[in-house]
Design a protein around this ligand. Structure first.
Ligand code: GDP
Ligand code: MG
Length: 531
């Protein structure tokens, strides 16, 4: 697995970094916004432009010590970006003009190996755009006048950014192919081209034939992805990343794990700059610990805001390459806002998660502690929480065992017939709430992908399935099928009204009637992030 490229947004306070960041992320809403009050502002997010995915980081949001001078803050951002980013958006302010802090940041950024794009923000009109020409003095061949607030020029900036990114990894290309196939298949299913079930809803007592038929259709479409996943699982063992703030005990934990007679199979350089992965035998499994170079050094770990920002950027890359992330938190500090941000990112990326609470010697009982976490960050309620002591080695093995279990859960597939029995039963227990006077009806569902498990629900009015009902269905799925420690995605699609000629499925040769329904489904073609 390869991590997505990281794009860092740097610049003085108030130049419009956060505004640009939000514009790049567009209307994509993050789960963290809805569900965690500890993570009001997003710092990282997945973005996509011209089919290229990348992670954007608002380095301004990482500021921890507000007492620092502006110069010191922007220099620190620049250093972090130089160390870990694959591309840098250097934002300056056309209204304020060139300032000494801009110049100092530029002096640092000129040394970056990663490409730097100078975004001259607040160029809201032509006059400002002309004024912004003074930023050529910073020495870059090109500057990009933009208005982050109004969207002026941001398309050109993103075009240039995507060009400047390192080439797309083979894994990313393969992932896209799978996604495209899943998309085409879901469209076919929605349009009635491949689902050989009769019009109307699936009855609670839907007969055997129908169930088999639905299974045929999904099996037909999903066999290839399953094969791809299975092949990948065989060749690449569970990849586990340890993340967390500096000094929470990641290296002690790692050393405790590697210390007890573990056969280290190999250490290979990872794809990230100076990242090293450690492959080791664990019971009958083989696992890969991601980017151990970043956490190996015990003892003197630089702390403070700079170290923290550095470690978060590094963590993003590690998470991007992992199947399961172990978020190590400190029992004393608890789950900080910074931890919640990283956790939110893990969920967005669809990685498995174990929360390991280290330095376990508190007055509070563990149950109270877990309850506190559940209340504070309810979007993590799928993840197991374990208390460990990296120092004494207490329960450290449990962390890896859980991670390996989660690796399996992430790859589990639910048979379509079973899934639809659950959907029917769930609908009988609780009908979807009215949204703007309309009550959506869910006809059937199927699991479109694994890692993370992704379910597509076909409904007559997919857009009006309320968030609370999505949560309800997610909970029913978890009650019935487990999926411990892995995020699951729920995608809702309109069952299409398009009448199509009958088509035979390759396997069963059963023709089906075109399904009559409402909507076109077009609205939801990019609904990947619904869960
Ligand atoms: P940050 O501190 O760099 O993250 O800056 P913010 O994104 O918080 O923006 C600072 C201020 O500049 C806010 O009041 C924004 O509304 C404003 N701003 C951001 N982008 C633009 C823009 O393109 N044009 C104008 N006129 N104002 C902007
Ligand atoms: Mg900001």
């Amino acid at each position: 697995m390869a991590a997505l490229p990281v794009v860092a947004v740097v610049g003085r306070p108030n130049v419009g970094k956060s505004t640009l960041f939000n514009r790049i992320l567009g209307s994509r809403t993050a789960i963290v916004e809805d569900r965690a009050r500890t993570t009001r502002d997003r710092l990282y997010g997945d973005a996509e432009w011209n089919g290229r995915r990348f992670v954007v980081v608002d380095t301004g949001g990482l500021e921890i010590e507000p007492g620092d001078t502006i110069e010191a803050r922007v220099q620190e951002q620049a250093r972090v970006a130089i160390a870990e980013a694959d591309a840098i958006l250097f934002v300056v302010d056309a209204a304020a003009g060139l300032t000494p802090a801009d110049e100092e940041a530029a002096n640092l950024l000129r040394r970056a190996k990663a490409p730097v794009l100078v975004a001259v923000n607040k160029a809201d009109n032509e006059k400002r755009e002309l004024e912004g020409a003074e930023f050529y003095a910073l020495g870059w061949d090109e500057t990009y006048p933009i208005s982050a607030a109004h969207g002026r020029g941001t398309g050109d900036l993103l075009d240039a950014l995507v060009w400047a990114l390192p080439p797309e990894s083979a894994e990313e290309i393969a992932r896209k192919d799978r996604e495209r196939e899943a998309d085409a298949w879901a469209r076919d299913m929605a349009a009635g081209r491949i689902a050989p079930i009769e019009t109307g809803t699936l009855d609670a007592d839907g007969d055997e034939d129908d169930e088999e038929a639905v299974d045929d259709a999904s099996a037909l479409a999903s066999r290839r992805w399953d094969a791809a996943i299975a092949a990948e699982s065989e060749t690449s063992p569970a990849a586990i990343a340890f993340v967390g703030r500096p000094n929470v005990g990641k290296s002690s934990l790692l050393n405790a794990l590697l210390g007890e007679d573990r056969a280290i199979v190999s250490e290979t350089p990872g794809t990230t700059r100076d990242a090293t992965d450690t492959r080791l035998a664990w019971g009958r499994s083989e696992i890969v610990l991601i980017d151990t170079a970043g956490i190996r050094r015990r003892g003197k770990v630089a702390s403070g805001p700079a170290a923290e920002r550095y470690s978060t950027l590094r963590a993003l890359k590690a998470i991007g390459r992992a199947d399961v992330a172990v978020l190590v938190i400190d029992a004393v500090d608890g789950l900080t806002a910074q931890d919640a941000h990283v956790a939110g990112y893990i969920v967005e990326e669809g990685r498995g998660l174990v929360v390991a609470v280290n330095k376990w010697d508190l007055g509070r009982t563990f149950d109270q502690y877990v309850e506190w976490i559940r209340n504070e960050v309810p979007f993590l309620d799928f993840a197991p929480v374990v208390s460990i002591s990296a120092k004494t080695g207490q329960r450290v093995g449990r962390v890896l065992e859980l991670a390996i279990d989660i690796w399996g859960e992430r790859r589990r597939r639910v048979p379509t017939a079973e899934l639809n029995r659950l959907v029917v039963a769930a609908g009988q227990r609780q009908t979807p709430p009215l949204v703007k006077g309309r009550r959506p009806k869910i006809f059937y569902a199927t699991q479109a992908a694994v890692a993370p498990p992704t379910f597509v629900f076909f409904a007559n009015d997919a857009g009006s399935v309320h968030f609370s009902y999505r949560r309800y269905l997610e909970n029913r799925l978890r009650d019935a099928f487990g999926f411990l420690g892995t995020p699951i995605r729920l995608i809702f699609r309109d069952r299409s009204a398009i009448k199509l000629p009958r088509r035979r499925t390759a396997k069963g040769g059963r023709a089906r009637k075109a399904v009559a329904g409402k909507g076109t489904g077009a609205r939801n073609t990019r609904a990947r992030r619904t869960a």
